[in-house]
Design a protein around this ligand. Structure first.
Ligand code: ASP
Ligand code: MG
Length: 422
């Protein structure tokens, strides 16, 4: 059995859904579970809707109508007559869940409300895709929330592996014999049946959970790029496809922020030695990237670029050394505010970290750090990571940049820089 995962870009319109169906016909094995994300930029739009709801903005209904009409237009293009009505009704029913939320005053827990609203994107996309596939071959729509069980860390649900894995194994193996399965990425459920999400771009991780639990022969992520590239084409003109990557290299790249695969995806696949293929849904016949135990034959430097970085320097107020005790207090505060550290450096009297700027979390974290420490920070910075670096690659990325912090190990260099051309 195999797992296919299709991201938002692959199902951004009706022809995307038709293309997905063609890929399944040509490349899908008999036993197949398909994980699908929300269509196009729907997750962003639902995030905007949640923000607007919390801020009491007037554009709330306008944003929501746009999201609904976008899906209804796709349905109109894909289906006819009765079928069209059925899919339309099912999708409309899913959207009603959001209507109910919007009618009330915003619940105090932003992250909880976020998950109840944003998860609908995956529910509606999979209903549309499953109905469409079912017109071609027997297809079953499955609610991932009945299988992916998490704690109640909303927006970052921690998966209960044993429980989820057993549910998947026991209940889905049989279903796969008779039909292909379509389910959602990104979403799960608490023991009290509230919806959680697994973190942005979490669908890859969902797919890996299903792959692990069903002992898949392989998992394929279908993307709008030819495979894993050594840099994001958004930032770099010249990129190279990596034909082969070891699990270790993939996990390192994802950890440093390469957006191609969700960081949590690799571990479950590595644990069961399931190879991960990253392939183009535009050119499905091309070979893409294989991630497995085997290391690449020739090492190609990879570049990871993160913008909107804040460099925070923390020191004791009395010029004393930074010691383990300070560090554990500092780490605890980062953990409490849900702020991830992208890179860090320690000196005698200060501890510096680079984090993603977040309009809610960053100021709150800095305020609580200031209660005990002296805190300085610089924002609007960039974090450049080069894996398998050499001097030429460093020189290439440092044109017009001023380095504020540099951390080097044998294979990886990280630099927090200011763009002087801005
Ligand atoms: N739809 C979610 C997101 O855009 C999950 C995913 O696509 O993996 O973050
Ligand atoms: Mg996506």
């Amino acid at each position: 059995m195999q797992i296919f995962k299709f991201g938002g870009a692959s199902v951004k319109n009706a022809s995307g859904v038709k293309n997905l169906s063609k890929i399944i016909k040509e490349y899908g094995p008999k036993e197949l579970l398909i994980v699908v994300s929300a269509m196009g930029k729907t997750t962003n739009a639902l995030e905007d809707l949640t923000k607007s709801f919390f801020n009491g903005n007037e554009d709330m209904h306008e944003i929501f109508d746009k999201i609904k009409n976008y899906h209804f237009d796709i349905i109109d293009e894909l289906f006819e007559n009765n079928e069209r009505q059925t899919v339309h009704d099912e999708v409309a029913n899913a959207f009603v869940e959001i209507d109910w939320i919007l009618e009330d005053e915003p619940h105090e827990d932003y992250d909880f409300v976020y998950d109840q609203i944003v998860s609908i994107g995956e529910l509606v996309s999979t209903k549309i895709v499953a109905h469409y596939l079912n017109t071609q071959q027997p297809t079953k729509w499955i609610d991932a929330r009945s299988f992916i069980q998490t704690d109640n860390t909303y927006r970052e649900g921690k998966v209960d592996w044993d429980l989820s894995s057993n549910l998947i194994k026991n209940e889905l193996s049989g279903v796969l014999k008779g039909s292909i399965i379509v389910t959602q990425g990104f979403i799960g459920s608490t023991s009290e049946n509230f919806t959680t999400t697994l973190g942005r771009e979490g669908s890859d991780y969902s797919a890996a959970i299903f792959a692990y639990s069903l002992d898949a022969e392989r998992m394929t992520i279908w993307k709008d790029v030819p495979g894993v590239l050594n840099a994001d084409p958004k930032w770099f003109d010249e990129t190279q496809k990596l034909d082969q990557l070891s699990y270790l290299d993939a996990i390192e790249l994802a950890y440093y922020g390469a957006t191609v695969i969700h960081p949590k995806t690799i571990k479950p696949l590595q644990n069961k030695q399931i190879p991960l293929y990253v392939q183009s849904f535009i050119k499905p016949e091309e070979s893409g990237t294989v991630i497995s135990n085997e290391s690449a034959k020739n090492i190609i430097p990879s570049f990871i670029f993160k913008v909107k970085q804040v460099l925070i320097s923390i020191s004791p107020t009395d010029f004393s050394f930074i010691v383990e005790e300070n560090l554990s207090d500092i780490f605890e505060l980062f953990h409490d505010h849900g702020v991830k550290i992208n890179t860090m450096h320690n000196s005698a009297i200060s501890f510096s970290v680079s984090v993603d700027f977040d309009e809610r979390k960053t100021p709150a974290l800095i305020d609580s750090l200031k209660k005990t420490f002296k805190v300085r920070y610089n924002d609007n910075l960039e974090l450049i990571t080069i894996r398998h670096y050499n001097q030429a690659t460093i020189d290439r990325v440092l044109v017009d940049k001023d380095i504020l912090l540099e951390v080097r190990s044998r294979h990886t260099i990280q630099m927090v820089v200011k763009d002087l051309s801005k």
